[in-house]
Design a protein around this ligand. Structure first.
Ligand code: ES4
Ligand code: ZN
Length: 337
């Protein structure tokens, strides 16, 4: 349709995409076979890629999804696997009209399985270089800490030589915080965020996806983040809403993710009209598209359009704000605007 092609050609930036969440059931099964990884025999979901797709349609919460997410990534062993994973994502991003992508990854989920940080990072780096040269997509990596693990684990990950080296020249622009939100409030991770801030890294954290608005306040006050990933529960705290608008904090909204994980019953239930009216900046993103019905970024844009019937001007505002809120160079921003 005309609207679909209008949304396709908008200059899109993606700010909330977990590379491990781009692992399609098809790639999952092919890497399991290649790497001789035994998938759980006691869960009928792993009978076939088709059965897995069906199971993914029935998540009842973030934690239900995360169980499958961590099993899925057990098939990733070699740099070439991480490269194939990221490349699969960048190809989807290119066909959806993404020009710049800031992508999350979860090093602790790999190093805890005996896969070294260098293997993970070098595979992603190769995919990023190819995305730049073959697809014209610029990208940055954002290293996420798993909040269900002890804060000391996050700190020891952060302080590894290979990790520190990847911050300067390795395309890792910042840090994030993901995995089970409750009962792991942001302030638990203040020490590692404070070190990252001192090093000039960009800071974001998941907050207000399933957790309360108070977690959003804590992420701002104790972690000093410039962005909030999800943040939908901001709507429950009018004073905080006003502050987020005044401080120009960007929310990275993931509409289909919220529907799949039962945060809302439909995209129309998201408070996007209220956010626009309050002057809140947000971008629209896909989160874990391979787990959430294959809804990559354009599909999320389309779902928002069907639910909210935004004007052309409003869409241009959203894309403009996404570019300005990106963590690329000022020169790259100028190219994108
Ligand atoms: C995630 Cl949707 C979501 N929330 C929190 N942590 C995550 N890791 C991957 N996807
Ligand atoms: Zn996420």
């Amino acid at each position: 349709s005309e609207l679909h092609s209008f949304l396709q050609q908008l200059p899109k930036c993606e700010h909330h995409l977990h590379l491990e969440g781009a692992l399609t059931p098809q790639l999952l099964f092919s890497l399991a076979a290649k790497n001789h990884i035994q998938l759980p025999k006691d869960d009928p979901a792993y009978a076939s890629p088709e059965a897995l797709v069906e199971r993914y349609r029935k998540f009842d919460s973030l934690d239900d999804f995360l169980g499958y997410y961590y099993i899925g990534m057990s098939v990733l062993l070699y740099a070439e696997d991480f490269e194939a994973l990221a490349w699969d994502y960048f190809e989807h991003a290119a066909s959806d009209g993404v020009l710049h992508a800031e992508v999350f990854f979860d090093p602790q989920a790999h190093t805890s399985r005996g896969v070294s940080y260098d293997v993970v990072h070098s595979g992603f780096q190769r995919a990023r270089e190819r995305a730049q040269t073959e697809l014209g997509i610029s990208s940055e990596l954002v290293l996420c800490f798993l909040r269900h693990l002890p804060p000391a684990d996050a700190m020891s990950t952060f302080e590894q030589d290979a990790v520190l080296a990847s911050f300067s020249a390795g395309g890792v622009v910042g840090i994030g915080l993901d995995s089970s939100e409750k009962p792991f409030p942001p302030e638990l991770f203040q020490a590692v965020y404070s070190k990252a801030e001192a090093m000039g890294l960009k800071l974001t954290a998941h907050a207000g996806e399933e957790g309360p608005a108070e977690y959003i306040r804590s992420a701002l006050d104790t972690l000093k983040v410039a962005r909030i990933d999800h943040g939908v529960r901001l709507i429950q705290d009018p004073a905080l809403l006003e502050r987020v608008a005044a401080e120009n904090i960007m929310l990275t909204i993931c509409p289909m993710s919220n529907v799949f994980l039962k945060g809302v019953s439909s995209v129309a239930e998201l408070p996007l009209r209220e956010f626009i009216d309050a002057g809140i900046r947000f971008s629209i993103n896909s989160d874990d598209p391979a787990y959430f019905g294959n809804h990559y970024i354009l599909s999320n844009y389309c779902a928002v359009q069907e639910a909210f019937h935004l004007t052309t001007d409003e869409w241009i505002q959203i894309c403009d704000g996404s570019i300005r809120g990106s963590w690329c160079s000022e020169g790259r921003k100028e190219e994108l605007l």
